[in-house]
Design a protein around this ligand. Structure first.
Ligand code: MRU
Length: 368
């Protein structure tokens, strides 16, 4: 997508053909900074410290992390250590394991001397595939927005609520929740996005608002608990979110608070869609609530908040009494029964085992 008129992806190979560059998302929305990854350890830190985040981008970064590892030591032992190290960075987004497995599958049959070149090639393919998958999700999701628009008075706005950042910053480009929105906007449909701030890290307020703004999409940032009220008053036409892991039966794990939006949507007959890239489906998991590991992050993220002061400095302040314990569950699971449709690169699917298996038979077979 565009940043100040210049097209960007969130991750790319440097001109030197070896190091990798990313947009440092911890600096947004106040500063647009590029960070360089020179080693596998840099890639692991970028994922763990959330310079990059969002399930698909975590996967693409891990793939390049394996390429950086292969460049420094392409032996079996070193690659397997790199796999384990990268895999341990964040537990919930399944794209991480998916990308690492893809890299291992590509590299294991080769001799060590052949591995570095193939590793860079496969990582680039994974990044390109992610762009195409998200473009496909946009194409599949656009008719949903068109249909809502067709049911309104001419010129009336389609109001879409989203949670966290499942935008282009969460992927290599486009974003599973925002691709249909960007395409609708480009098609001239009047869209407006309600952006949940998404405490504690504020990916909605800091990232989704930033990217929608740079693309000229009308939006309003709201406090996390506002969605139910808006839905009760007919101010939300649809909800669309991303996912970090979706089970074979259609349960959707996404940023903490997603489940509450799905409940409010059901109570108010607002359709609740999930933009789902196929690498985010975990065919080995069936009951999302029981089986998906939920990342628990530092309580500091809840106890503190970072922002820009009037003088332009970025500062972090504490908002919780010093001695109060805090808990920071990063994700929750929305059961399939609350999901209106899974918007995938192969079309909009019902959130159930049969529909998912019919759309991705090769993945079911590979997982068996
Ligand atoms: O903790 P984050 O910022 O990595 O969480 C990101 C999300 O929850 C996104 O909604 C999810 O990764 C889907 S985006 C493709």
């Amino acid at each position: 997508m565009q940043v100040d008129g210049r097209p960007y992806r969130t991750i790319w190979l440097n001109d030197d053909g070896e190091t990798v560059e990313i947009i440092d998302q911890t600096k947004l929305p106040h500063r647009f900074e590029i960070a360089r990854l020179e080693t596998m350890e840099d890639a692991a830190i970028a994922i763990k410290d959330m310079l990059v985040r969002g399930a698909p981008l975590i996967g693409a970064t891990a793939a390049y992390g394996m390429a950086l590892a292969a460049r420094s030591d392409p032996s079996n032992e070193a690659l397997s250590a790199a796999y384990d190290h990268l895999h341990a960075t964040r537990p919930t987004a399944i794209n991480l394991r998916w990308a690492l497995d893809e890299m291992m599958q590509a590299l294991s049959p080769l001799s060590p001397t052949e591995r570095p070149a193939r590793a860079y090639e496969r990582a680039a393919e994974i990044a390109d595939e992610d762009v195409e998958i998200n473009r496909g999700i946009g194409r599949a999701g656009l008719p949903i927005i068109e249909a809502i628009c067709a049911g309104k008075r001419p010129g009336e706005t389609v109001n879409i609520l989203t949670h966290c950042n499942a935008g282009w910053l969460a992927t290599v480009d486009w974003g599973p929740a925002t691709a249909p929105i960007y395409m609708a906007h480009e098609a001239g449909i009047p869209v407006h996005v309600w952006v949940d701030e998404t405490r504690p890290r504020n990916q909605g307020a800091s990232l989704t608002a930033w990217e929608l703004g740079h693309h000229g999409v009308p939006h309003t940032v709201i406090a996390d608990n506002t969605g139910g009220h808006l839905m009760q008053h007919g101010m939300v036409d649809m909800v669309i979110v991303g996912t970090d892991r979706t089970t074979a039966s259609g349960d959707v794990c996404n940023k903490i608070g997603t489940y509450l939006k799905a409940l409010a949507a059901r109570d108010n007959s607002v359709p609740f869609y999930v933009g789902l890239p196929s690498p985010t489906i975990d065919f080995r998991v069936h009951d999302g609530v029981k089986e998906i590991p939920i990342e628990q992050r530092s309580g500091e993220e809840v106890a503190k908040i970072t922002g820009r002061t009037a003088s332009g400095d970025i500062e972090t302040v504490t908002i919780v009494p010093e001695k109060s314990p805090v808990a920071n569950y990063a994700f929750d699971v929305t059961p399939a029964r609350l999901v209106t449709g899974l918007v995938t690169e192969r079309g909009v699917l019902a959130a159930n085992r049969e529909a998912i298996a019919a759309a991705f038979p090769e993945r079911v077979q590979a997982a068996a």
